[in-house]
Design a protein around this ligand. Structure first.
Ligand code: 5GP
Ligand code: ZN
Length: 112
């Protein structure tokens, strides 16, 4: 069994508040939100970080990014949002399964 928390969420072994799912992507609310709206967009397949991606991941990465503005429309973030892909310990990554953090909402621009 995988020890990765996001793989466990994908497998349904940990609960999550999902906002989007298709064959290759899952998006859900962050458990400790850093903004009024804080969503995570992940690939269902385990990829450690952006540093492990190659050209074979180009389409997947594109689809992950393009999901963000779609989720913004359905989560009241029409005025804008911020995205962050923390990569590696030096980049502040704490969950080593590739993900896009998406922040927005509230009165001031999201810091996240
Ligand atoms: P990062 O690696 O981008 O710095 O942070 C990972 C993010 O995943 C954090 O914002 C953290 O709150 C979130 N996170 C960690 N474990 C869980 C979990 O089990 N469920 C959810 N929904 N979010 C999680
Ligand atoms: Zn994983």
């Amino acid at each position: 069994m995988s020890e990765c928390v996001f793989c466990k969420i994908v497998a349904g072994e940990l609960p999550s508040r999902n906002v989007y799912e298709d064959d290759e992507l899952l998006a859900f609310h962050d458990i400790y939100p850093l903004a009024a709206v804080h969503l995570l967009i992940i690939p269902k397949t385990h990829i450690v970080s952006l540093a492990e991606c190659t050209t074979k991941h180009q389409d997947l990465l594109g689809r992950m990014l393009l999901l963000a503005p779609r989720l913004a429309q359905t989560h009241g973030l029409e005025s804008g949002f911020r995205t962050a892909i923390n990569t590696g310990r030096g980049g502040g990554q704490t969950v080593f399964h590739l993900h896009i953090n998406m922040f927005g909402g509230g009165e001031r621009p999201a810091q996240g």
